[in-house]
Design a protein around this ligand. Structure first.
Ligand SMILES: [Zn+2]
Length: 56
């Protein structure tokens, strides 16, 4: 079972970020981009495991 957390530091402090390029738009049906508030890494969460946020 997946839990939503940063894959680098395991923090659960992260927020959704906007789509920055065509690759992220192409993956947006499946993966949502997030940025960790603790370590600053960008990472993706599979849509159905991610918190409902940043749908704009
Ligand atoms: Zn992190």
């Amino acid at each position: 079972m997946f839990t939503a957390h940063c894959p680098y530091c395991k923090s659960v402090e992260f927020r959704g970020v906007g789509l920055r390029n065509a690759m992220e738009r192409a993956l947006n049906w499946l993966l949502l981009p997030y940025r960790c508030s603790l370590c600053g890494h960008h990472f993706f969460l599979v849509r159905w495991t991610a918190p409902a946020e940043g749908t704009s």
